[in-house]
Ligand binder design. Structure first.
Ligand code: NAP
Length: 247
């Protein structure tokens, strides 16, 4: 009998797993997306969109949909869904694996200022860094509101009509991945002097780090939250091995 796997996705790893497991003789898979954007990229195969309603909601989903295992392939900074998955999986005794992709490593030529939080990043910026490229998504932008003295170029996937931002925030809208030449052109166009980013890891968002390295621009790098406890894999391939060993 096929095992029903819930993949908490929205990431490259989640999409890759959905593609690999589609039509697999031993597994059926349902992908879950947070639903942050109006036109999300769709995974191969069945999927659902939107929050579960905390760990209790996720428990209900696991029981109702007879989920046999969960693969948490969410972004390394998406801590709430990861904690909820751990709680719900523990309570329902559902096997759980987190995909924890390797973080970016500082190279000799990198000019990184590593900070623990978004707020620390905002406090660390000086007028010499402006205009500053904020590539952190839109959820935590408010940390930079107190810096009315600095100009920000903020990249988001799409406009949000419900939000109003001060004039020192200039929005550009685009969806990654971005290659080196795209990032270089944008950084030159806006005369960017520093970049703020999370240490997301993976190839999709790395080009801006390479451009910063070439141009010797400072990168305010927000360090990773703590690694989740329990079963961990670095790649979709390792996650598949875990699945094969589990069932
Ligand atoms: P989060 O803070 O961990 O999640 C907040 C809530 O969103 C969760 O409690 C859950 O709602 C819902 N949720 C998140 N991922 C879900 C999924 N795959 N399926 C169903 N529900 C999901 O994560 P976030 O708010 O999405 O983002 C936090 C950080 O991660 C930000 O720094 C963001 O930039 C980064 N990030 C996230 C994604 C992504 O696809 N989620 C992608 C890139 C970057 P309920 O409690 O109601 O279940």
């Amino acid at each position: 009998m096929q095992k029903h796997i819930l993949v908490l996705g929205g990431s490259n790893e989640g999409f890759a797993l959905a593609k690999t497991l589609q039509g697999h003789k031993n597994y059926t898979i349902t992908s879950s997306l947070a639903g942050r954007t109006s036109l999300p990229k769709k995974p191969v195969g069945p999927y659902r969109i939107g929050g579960f309603g905390g760990s209790e909601g996720l428990k209900h989903y696991i029981n109702t949909n007879k989920i046999d295992a969960i693969i948490d392939a969410t972004h390394p900074f998406a801590q709430n869904i990861t904690k909820n998955a751990a709680k719900a999986a523990g309570d329902t005794k559902c096997p759980l694996l987190h995909i924890w992709r390797p973080q970016w490593k500082r190279a000799a030529k990198d000019n990184w200022i590593e900070v623990p939080t978004m707020q620390a990043a905002a406090e660390r910026l000086t007028k010499h860094h402006a205009p500053i490229f904020l590539t952190i998504g839109r959820l935590e932008l408010a940390a930079f509101l107190p810096r009315t003295d600095l100009a920000f170029i903020t990249r988001a996937i799409e406009p949000n009509q419900n939000e109003q931002w001060p004039k020192n925030f200039h929005f550009i809208y685009a969806k990654g991945p971005f290659d080196y030449n795209q990032e270089l052109a944008l950084i030159k166009k806006y005369n960017i002097k520093a970049i703020v980013t999370k240490n997301s890891g993976g190839p999709g968002a790395f080009a801006k780090i390479e451009v910063a390295r070439t141009l010797n621009l400072p990168v305010i790098m927000i360090n990773r939250p703590p690694k989740p406890k329990g079963n961990l894999a670095s790649t979709p391939e390792e996650a598949l091995n875990w699945l094969t060993n589990t069932f």
